[in-house]
Ligand binder design. Structure first.
Ligand code: 3HC
Length: 304
C-alpha cells in the first residue's frame, strides 16, 4: 500500500513546500502557498526573524480578509498550514524548496549546497527566487543541477500574478514541468519562461528604468515627486519608479544592478552613486522607513 507521500509523488503534484527566508519575498511566497492549501515550512536564521516573518504573513492575511479576498476561515486555515524552523535539516521531506534570502551569491550558494545534502528525493525541485544571480551558479553548488530552477515572484506576491521560470542548461524537463504545474495549477499564477540570464525578463527591462530614474533625480533633472507623478499620470503605471525602488528595497535594487552589471558589463546596469550612498546610509526604502520618501513603521527584514 502506498503512503500519502508516495501518492503525492505518483501524481507529481507538490503538496509539501519549504521556503528559505521570511523577508519581504519569502513571506509573500509562503503566504500564497499556504493560501493554496499547501503544507509550508519556512526557514529563518533566528527565532526572532522567524517570529517577524510569521507576523508579516499574518498581517497580510488579515489584509486579505479586510479587503474581502479571503474569508476569516480561509485565513485561519492558511495560518495553520505554516510552520517555522531555524534548521534546514527539517526540509528533508520537502518536494519543492523556494529559496528567498538576501540577494547574495555566497549566501545562496551555501543554502543550495546544504539543501542538496538534506533532500534525497531525485524528483524534488530546488528553486531560487533570485532576481539576478544566474541559476547555473546555484545549480553547480549541488551534486544534481538538474533539480535546480529559478522561480521568480513579484512583490507584493499575493497581488502580482507572474512567476518567471528560469531554466539552466542543466535543468531537467521533469523539474521544469513540476515547477510550472505548481505555479499555474496550485498557486494560480501565470508563467513566462526565460533563459538563464541575470535579471530574466522583467528585471532586465525594469532595473535600467529604475536606475535611469535615480540618475534623473541625482542630476537635478526633476524632483523625485515629479518623476513619479510623470510616470503614474503619463504612462498609467501603478507607482512611479522611485516609489517602486523604495518598495523593492534600495539594497535589493543595488544588488540586482551589481549582478546584471557583472553579467553584461553594460553601463545602463551600473548602480549610480546616489543609490550607493543611500544604501551606505541605511536608507533602504520602505523597509527601513526612509528611501526616496519617508514611511511609517519600518519592518524587521532579512530576505530580499
Ligand atoms: N497582500 C494582499 N493584498 C494586497 C497587498 C498585500 N500585501 N497589497 C495590496 N493588496 C491588494 C489590495 O487589497 C487591493 O485590492 P483591490 O484592488 O481588489 O481592492 C490591491 O492589492 C491594491 O492595493 P491598495 O489599494 O492597498 O494599494 P494600491 O492600489 O496603491 O496598490 C500595489 C499597491 C499593489 C503595490 C500597486 O501599487 C502595484 O502593483 N505597484 C507595482 C508593484 C510592482 O511593480 N511590483 C514589482 C516589483 S519588481 C519585483 O518584485 C521583482 C524583484 O526581483 C525586484
Amino acid at each position: 500500500m502506498s503512503s500519502p507521500r508516495d501518492a503525492d509523488t505518483d501524481h507529481g503534484r507538490i503538496t509539501r513546500v519549504g521556503v528559505v527566508g521570511a523577508g519581504l519575498m519569502g513571506a509573500g511566497i509562503a503566504e500564497v502557498c499556504a493560501r493554496a492549501h499547501v503544507d509550508v515550512l519556512v526557514w529563518e536564521s533566528t527565532k526572532e526573524l522567524a517570529a517577524a516573518g510569521r507576523a508579516r504573513i499574518l498581517d497580510s492575511l488579515d489584509r486579505g480578509v479586510s479587503s474581502g479576498k479571503i474569508t476569516e476561515r480561509e485565513r485561519d486555515r492558511a495560518a495553520l498550514r505554516l510552520r517555522f524552523t531555524t534548521d534546514l535539516e527539517d526540509f528533508e521531506d520537502r518536494q519543492l524548496v523556494i529559496e528567498a534570502i538576501v540577494e547574495d551569491e555566497a549566501a545562496k550558494t551555501a543554502v543550495f549546497r546544504e539543501l542538496d545534502q538534506v533532500i534525497d528525493d531525485p524528483q524534488a525541485v530546488l528553486a531560487s527566487n533570485t532576481s539576478s544571480i544566474p541559476i547555473m551558479k546555484l545549480g553547480t553548488a549541488t551534486t544534481r543541477p538538474e533539480r535546480v530552477i529559478g522561480m521568480h515572484f513579484f512583490n507584493p506576491v499575493p497581488v502580482l500574478p507572474l512567476v518567471e521560470l528560469v531554466s539552466t542548461l542543466e535543468t531537467g524537463e521533469t523539474v521544469r514541468a513540476r515547477a510550472e504545474d505548481f505555479a499555474q495549477q496550485v498557486l494560480g499564477k501565470q508563467v513566462v519562461h526565460s533563459a538563464d540570464r541575470s535579471g530574466a525578463v522583467v528585471n532586465a527591462l525594469l532595473v535600467p528604468y529604475l536606475l535611469s530614474a535615480i540618475r534623473m533625480s541625482e542630476s537635478g533633472h526633476a524632483t523625485p515627486e515629479d518623476i513619479d507623478r510623470a510616470m503614474v499620470l503619463g504612462c498609467a503605471h501603478p507607482m512611479g519608479p522611485l516609489s517602486l525602488a523604495d518598495h523593492v528595497g534600495l539594497d535589493t535594487v543595488k544588488a540586482i544592478a551589481d549582478s546584471m552589471y557583472a553579467e553584461f558589463k553594460e553601463p545602463l546596469y551600473s548602480p549610480p552613486p546616489l543609490l550607493l550612498r543611500m544604501v551606505e546610509a541605511g536608507r533602504l526604502g520602505k523597509k527601513s522607513g526612509h528611501g526616496f520618501y519617508r514611511y511609517a513603521s519600518p519592518r524587521l527584514t532579512a530576505g530580499a
